[in-house]
Design a protein around this ligand. Sequence first.
Ligand code: ZN
Length: 486
Amino acid sequence: MRILLAAFKQETATFNPARSTREHFEIVREKDLLALSETRSELGGALTRLAEAGVEVVPTYAAWAVSGGPVDDDELDALIDEMLDSIRANRDVDGALIVFHGAMAGVTEMDPEGRVLTAARALLGDVPIVTTFDLHGVMTDRLVQHADAIVPFHTYPHVDQYETGQRGANCLLRLLETDVLPTVARIKLPMLVRGDELITTTGRFGQAIEMCREIEASEKGLAAGVFIGNPFTDVPDLRSNVVITADGDAAWAQQKATEIARFMWDNRGHFVAPLTPLAKAIQIAEGDGGLTVFSDAADATSSGASGDSNAALKGLIEHDYSGTALLPLVDAPAVQKALSAGLGATIRVALGGSIDRQRHQPIECDAYVQSLSDGHFLYSDGLPGQAGPTAVLRVGRYTLMVTTLPVNIMDRHVFMACGLLPEHFDLVVCKSPNGFRPHFEHIASRIIAVDLPGSTSANLRSLPFARCPRPIFPLDERVEAPAELA
Ligand SMILES: [Zn+2]
């Protein structure tokens, strides 16, 4: 038995004016993919499970990037061509597992994953193709049409990448080893969601995921999940979706999908984010001791924002916040200035607003160059991160980790690679809506979701949606329930 393995992952925030290019992507080819079995990624889970099952893995091509702006058209074409060339060269297989994020967008290509899967299906023919997705994926008709099974994450914040890879592999093995007849039921929900109730361990969304888990544990269930879409990927298919893959019984799959869709729809009013104004958040941080973490979801690099917002820094300076603070910032020109001046220099430097100039304006600061590094590090899941040349700058009591490239500000490893321990500060800004929580909750005395400007603001009505289907909750006042729920 030969199983083709491939991955193609990026999450696009279309409101980020920066383009994602090849330099943002990690690309791993053919046999080198096998080394990823050591990581806690979907590929790690899939490789481990397929090895246990004793099947031969045919590794082809994996490309993944930190979330960011739309992928440049030419570069997207080149990446897809490379991937399809690799699949074409290895098409003599019994099945395939393809790992997607699902919320990628080009400048003009609105559904890169659908294009990849359609082409892969044409190359591979009728063999079973199982796909895995981030639950922030945007589910398109092409994806539903060409995947035999659709296996999304079950946790938010995401801690089940490895397990999702294993679930995907298990699903594929079932399709290969038995006479299973997969059928996919999918219900489109005109809703975009945010907020704490999405946290699967504590929020209402967890109840929907529990229903999905029960389906997967049942005899007929192959895969089940709720795609909430990345609300910042403004494409024609942006919405939420319930997607169930079952063995044979299409009516049963439809009935299960309807139950979950009804739960999500009825609870839509709870899936909004309460945000705290910055002045109030700083006042709270000034209070009792312990570490305060600000969630700056509006400039969340993990959601695809530019990462160059200095809004939190500005607020701390204006309110003369008396504690120590650690803030990440994407600012290539500032890093270059620090590199030119050298370690130990004090520079006059413009900070922030180097990318999303409409939303963020630079501020001039005197900054001490505390450290310089090449920006190579490993995330806690074992996957490599590339921050590019990185400078740690001190502006009074505030420490800025200034990177050339955007990186996920979720786990603490990126800070630690620069010699910065978040728990040694009074305040840390995480440019992440929720993904940071598993890495900070045990060291934070309080976490505050702060209302700041940015291309991934949880205040969805502040964003210039132009392509997603309307009407849609919460952008519009009167949104009708989907026909399946009537
Ligand atoms: Zn996600």
